[in-house]
Design a protein around this ligand. Structure first.
Ligand SMILES: NC(=O)c1ccc[n+]([C@@H]2O[C@H](COP(=O)([O-])OP(=O)(O)OC[C@H]3O[C@@H](n4cnc5c(N)ncnc54)[C@H](OP(=O)(O)O)[C@@H]3O)[C@@H](O)[C@H]2O)c1
Length: 251
């Protein structure tokens, strides 16, 4: 029987590289994003037959339809990755973009996490990677307030669910918390990293190595690990200052 990996946000960046890597490891991939052309371009690079699902995940019905469609496949790995951000003062944000960020980063992620977890519980097997961020390990992110808040949700949800299922099933749930990664993220968020970014390839390779580990929070770089450690001891006021300096507006 073929083994499948479901990847949302596979049309670019981290999701795209997860698709390439998991395909090379023998998985048939189910690749989801809005831009169908991009998914087709990816599909020709894959060795194993992929399933292309061009859905806008901001719509709840699409998320539920996706769960119906994938019931037919023997999915072993789920990369819950689609997401976006925005750099702006909260009061100057386009409220529709703020809602879209919440719909994709929180609502869609939750519906799919819940659906796949139940499918995995039925099979007593599976690995789920919820893609959070370093933003999900820090208390708040001035100028990226909504994005940081959504990623705190992702990390918190993952930690809680891991606690609920641990030692009951042969299932692992993890939150991937990278720092800056070179993708189309900045293009969409209208931002520029001030910190050095890593390649999506490096981020994916690290995650794949840790798939079977006991770690719940995956931090691909030493910088993120140190930041997370220090954040436990640094006063919140100072942390907010550092977070506010991490990104700047794209000219
Ligand atoms: N890059 C970083 O520095 C960084 C750091 C930490 C965490 N992350 C997280 O990593 C994840 C992937 O981001 P990335 O850096 O790879 O950025 P990216 O290159 O912009 O990729 C984002 C992916 O999400 C998909 N997506 C966005 N809105 C969607 C929607 N409404 N429906 C379906 N798919 C949608 C995009 O596909 P379409 O546009 O084709 O729909 C795209 O494939 C995100 O959750 C992000 O928050 C990124």
């Amino acid at each position: 029987m073929n083994k499948y990996a479901l990847i949302t946000g596979a049309s670019s960046g981290i999701g795209y590289h997860f698709a390439i890597k998991l395909d090379s490891l023998g998985y048939n991939t189910i690749i989801v994003a809005r831009r169908e052309e991009r998914l087709k371009e990816l599909a020709v690079k894959l060795i194993n037959d992929p399933v292309i699902i061009p859905y806008d995940l901001k719509d709840e019905d699409n998320c539920k339809n996706l769960l119906e469609k994938i019931k037919a496949y023997n999915i072993e790995i789920f990369i819950n990755n689609a997401g976006l951000g925005d750099l702006n003062l909260f009061n100057e944000m386009d409220i529709n973009k703020a809602i879209r960020i919440i719909d994709v980063n929180i609502k869609a992620l939750t519906i799919l996490f819940h659906g796949l977890l139940n499918q995995f519980i039925n099979n007593n097997n599976g690995i789920i990677i919820n893609v959070s961020s370093i933003a999900g390990l820090l208390p708040a992110g001035p100028y990226m307030s909504v994005y940081y808040a959504t990623k705190s949700y992702v990390t918190s949800l993952t930690r809680a669910v891991d606690y609920e299922i641990k030692n009951k099933y042969n299932i692992k749930v993890k939150a991937l918390c990278p720092g800056p990664v070179d993708t189309e993220f900045n293009e969409v968020a209208n931002s520029k990293f001030k910190l050095k970014s890593i390649s999506p390839d490096k981020c994916v390779n690290y995650t794949i190595k840790k798939l079977k580990s006991k770690r719940i929070i995956l931090t691909p770089t030493i910088g993120v690990r140190i930041t997370e450690l220090f954040s436990r001891f640094i006063p919140i006021k100072l942390l907010l200052y550092f977070c506010s300096k991490n990104q700047k507006k794209k000219k």
